[in-house]
Design a protein around this ligand. Structure first.
Ligand code: AHG
Ligand code: MN
Ligand code: MN
Ligand code: MN
Length: 336
């Protein structure tokens, strides 16, 4: 009947998080307030990305960030939006953004107990050609009630309370974990609400896809080269894997989460720590992968066990289906 056309039990991300948080009465809604401000930032960036071509948001901003990358206009705009949204939430005390060289200490009158690390716009090289891009974030609790300091964000990823990403693609999808599983929400533009569309995401135990920038092959170390060779020329009679590489981590990880398989950004001779940043790329994606039944490995250890020394530190990363990452771990172990 008519009501079927309109789901009336709308599970919005706000309602979902409130339900989750009811399991943590001590949070007194602070986390839900923080999340609602992150969601606001995602809605804003989604609108800006969709209008980018029309709103002259394409192209360079004429600045270079601490990573030595030329900042795009959308990099700068989304960074400003998230910093303002997070500070105005009154629930954060220190922020780390890919686009800011130093950590941002929130002014005392607006401080809360959460520390947020984020990549405001991931996949910037894909902005000008309209390929999916995203935002990645991770949330820690301040270590002790004192003055916020770098100690509060130089924590291992396993200490994160929550992590997520928003992917700006054919639809705007927000994937979130607060430590008890992974759930996906899709923005309904007519409501301006993120609606639960992917409840309790679990990554397949094994996949048929590998995702890596083959252009770096000449600089890979032994185990990575061996693993990729195995994907292309399996020796156990299984069929070769497909290669899918979008070049936006959010899109490559989202596909890996839903379809299975493995995403690699390995170390190479030129960049011994790989390219991806520990705090706001490796940790949040590794947190989500583990929560979805997959795993994440740095080539040396479980990614979430890493203790970062610097806020823009990089690490190699191998993440995805549990069994696929086990094969990579075995190749690195054999190398030791
Ligand atoms: P960002 O745009 O936030 O700097 O991140 C880009 C990253 C990541 O999104 C992607 O996986 C990786 O760069 C792709 O790097 P290559 O172009 O070297 O493959
Ligand atoms: Mn960048
Ligand atoms: Mn990024
Ligand atoms: Mn970025």
């Amino acid at each position: 009947h008519a009501a079927d056309a309109f789901r009336t039990d709308l599970m919005t991300i706000t309602r979902f998080v409130l339900n989750e948080q009811s399991k943590h009465p001590e949070s007194r809604g602070d986390f839900s307030i923080l999340l609602s401000h992150i969601v606001l930032g995602c809605k804003f960036v989604c609108a800006a990305v969709n209008k980018a071509g029309l709103a002259k948001l394409i192209g360079l901003a004429g600045e270079t960030n601490v990573q030595g990358e030329e900042q795009k206009k959308l990099d700068v705009l989304s960074n400003e939006v998230f910093v303002k949204a997070l500070v105005s939430s009154g629930r954060t005390c220190i922020l780390v953004s890919e686009e800011d060289e130093d950590a941002i200490i929130v002014e005392p009158s607006k401080r809360g107990k959460y520390c947020v690390v984020f990549d405001p716009l991931d996949g910037s090289s894909n902005i000008d050609c309209g390929v999916s891009i995203g935002t990645i974030f991770g949330i820690y609790m301040i270590k002790d009630g004192g003055e916020p300091s770098l100690e509060d964000v130089l924590q291992p990823g396993k200490n994160m309370l929550a992590a997520g990403y928003c992917m700006y693609g054919s639809s705007c999808t927000l994937v979130l974990s607060t430590g008890s599983g992974v759930n996906g929400f899709t923005l309904d533009p007519s409501l301006g609400e993120f609606i639960l569309t992917h409840p309790d995401i679990k990554i397949p135990k094994k996949g048929k896809i590998y995702s890596v920038n083959e252009g770096n092959a000449k600089n890979w170390d032994g185990p990575t080269a061996k693993y990729v060779e195995k994907c292309k020329f399996p020796t156990d009679g299984s069929s070769a894997k497909s290669l899918r590489y979008i070049g936006s981590m959010v899109a490559d990880v989202h596909r890996t989460l839903l379809y299975g398989g493995v995403f690699l950004y390995p170390a190479d001779k030129k960049s011994p720590n790989g390219k991806l940043r520990v705090l706001y790329e490796v940790f949040p994606m590794s947190f989500l992968m583990e929560q979805a039944g997959g795993q994440s490995f740095t080539g040396k250890e479980r990614s979430l066990d890493l203790v970062p020394k610097k806020i823009h530190e990089r690490s190699p990363i191998f993440l995805g289906s549990y069994d696929d990452v086990e094969e990579i771990k075995a190749l690195y172990a054999a190398e030791e």
